[in-house]
Design a protein around this ligand. Sequence first.
Ligand SMILES: [Mn+2]
Length: 463
Amino acid sequence: MRIVVVTGEELPLLLLDPEPPPDELRLLLSDTPALSRQARRRGFRTATGKLTSSDLYRRVRITPTDRILLHLPRGRVLARALDAVLRVQPNASITVLLGPHQRPPSRWAEQVFSIHPHEVGAGSLRALMERAITRRSLSTIRSVIQGADRVLLLVQDDPDPDGLAAALALRSLLGRNRLTATIGSFGEVKRPENIAMIRLLDIHVERLAQGDVAAFDRVALLDVQPMHSPGIPAEVDLIIDHHPRRPQARARFADIRPKYGATSTIMTEYLLASGLPISQRLATALLYGIKTDTQLLGRDTTPMDVSAFSTLYALANHALLRRIDRPQFPRSDVAALGRALEQAEFVDDLLFAHMGPLAREDVVPFIADFCLGLEGVEWAVVSGIAEGKLTISVRNFGAGRSAGEVMKAAFESYGSAGGHKAMAKAVIPLDRIPPECLDHDAWIRDRFLVALYEERNGNGRRR
Ligand SMILES: [Mn+2]
């Protein structure tokens, strides 16, 4: 990789790390022979010429992968030099290090990333220069979307915090509102934490039906790629995602970075490169997106995720985040909770609670979570009936048998059943339950206990 520094001053030479990585080549373009000598002592190659003339840039063959740094604090030289560079290489990646009272060059605000010397922390000028690349991609994104009346910001079928935050960020980068850039999904927000997120951050997600996509002038996919589900078109205008690239995916512009832990990290980089302010609401959403996708900066985290996280951490509303993370128990479900506690039956370290008819099924996992907090309870098996289906939710502390395996063994032959080590779920249509089992409570308990003890025996670890 080549760093090209265009200047007549020594400041940029001093601010660049004195020991570049081995694959980094440095070139100084200057009109001052004394500065060239100084630069050569620091390991630079040098060329001299008129900095406002395209000839110089043509001579050193500027390419789109060069990282160019301009520091021309005097008079109109900066504007004329920018003009000369971009004439030779319109896709150049350019960072401008401003002088003390110099304004960012407004004519090239879209393509160029400007920084003040005081923003350069310890040895991070090189890191900041990478933002110029992001800036150039942002300019492409804006031109792809430009001229559209209505843009669809399409997220996955079960919208998660990373997708939703990425959509909010793109809307902000495009300077649009919820009418001109609509967040849409072919499914609905389901997890209680995600429902809390859209409610507390006032995010509107439009539920789409097949064919609705045609009503939009542009389609942008966030945190998802074409053909992920039947509704998502094979060809879109824009993709920004961190999942493995799908070779069939087609887009006018795609920024897919499978190494990243979250799409929210990519979006944070765009926001920082744009120079736009990041509102508290947006920072809170993005921080939560990174937090949930990387499982609290655990699994699959990169230094980029940590860096975005720490930037957002200072801007986010932490009181709100706590409320999203630990959603408040809905008042309308207090009666169901009371019923669960009244019905609770303890068998050793297991708790069974069947609540009978419920208004909504999503209260079931909530109450299972709650019951796991009761003294001596290692397993909570909570159930209820809604919309003609029996929903059973299981929680444990994750140390013993896998909740998912036990639930599969117990209920797979009646409906859908499965899950992870510490949480699992079964949903069974009422007409699939054997007619002689009128007492759902006993039916669930017996099947669960048989499956659990078979599992325990099968593994030779009866307690
Ligand atoms: Mn994601």
